[in-house]
Ligand binder design. Structure first.
Ligand code: PEP
Length: 250
């Protein structure tokens, strides 16, 4: 069965609650494509107003982070139950900005993946190499290591429903996109890694996104590749351009 494309916006630390409502209203008429799952991953404080703003539309809600704990004395953290109660379905885990600036390592991210799955949230698990790693020729080994570490203890059934986002760090927010061949090479390697850990049938089900300066100009070529099942979009998710990416096939 063909995998349905999934285009997710990562709003990062942008938009106050009132600005978030305005952006959701601006995008509402632009993001309707029945061939695509559309997700807005928004700052925690925007989850409730955006949930309200997208009610009755095809857009689904995502968070940018979650706690690895259930509840209790973890000041500043947000639990899976809180996200679910607010209408969140997806959660980004392991974005390179969290790995880099907040020192989230693979063992911690693995706990977050397990917590999300246990509670019924769909992880969008990010992986990606630095420019130095790409130039040293270790990209595929590095990505495979990240995936294997982050998926410890995850069952085949669980991983089949997950989303994995390949995001080369050198392409995030830089305007420098991986070529479609570079992106496809790594996304195909991720699928092979899943087949190696689990089985070929499971690998065929998991959806793999490309992220890194994807925009209305380059999305069509990237999304035409056989192992690229969608995009995780940063900068271009905050403007009307997001609608053109969602409608890449029109
Ligand atoms: C991201 O942060 O996930 C991302 C892909 O950002 P951008 O599209 O701005 O490169």
């Amino acid at each position: 069965m063909a995998r349905k494309k999934i285009i997710a916006g990562n709003w990062k630390m942008n938009k106050t609650p009132s600005e978030a409502k305005e952006l959701a209203a601006l995008l509402a008429p632009l993001v309707n494509n029945p061939d695509v799952d559309v997700v807005y991953c928004v700052p925690a404080i925007d989850i409730v107003p955006v949930a309200e703003a997208i009610r009755g539309t095809n857009v689904q809600l995502g968070a940018e982070n979650l706690s690895d704990q259930n509840s209790g004395a973890f000041t500043g953290e947000i639990s899976a139950d809180m996200l679910l109660d607010a209408g969140v379905k997806y959660v980004i885990i392991g974005h390179s900005e969290r790995r880099q600036y907040y020192h989230e390592d693979d063992a911690f991210l693995n706990r977050k993946v397990l917590k999300a799955l246990e509670k019924g949230l769909i992880p969008i698990l990010c992986c990606g190499e630095t420019l130095e790693q790409r130039e040293a020729g270790v990209t595929l080994d590095w990505i495979s290591l990240q995936i294997k570490s982050d998926l410890q203890g995850v069952t085949a059934e669980q991983v089949a429903g997950m989303v994995i986002a390949y995001e080369p760090i050198w392409a995030i927010g830089t305007g420098r996109t991986a070529t479609s061949d570079q992106a496809e090479e790594v996304c195909a390697a991720i699928r092979r890694t899943i087949a190696e850990i689990y089985d070929a049938g499971t690998a065929e089900k998991v959806r793999i996104q490309y992220g890194g300066s994807m925009n209305a100009g380059n999305c069509k070529e990237l999304l035409a590749k056989p192992d690229i099942d969608g995009g995780l979009i940063g900068g271009a998710a905050l403007k009307e351009e997001f609608g053109r990416i969602v409608n890449y096939n029109k």
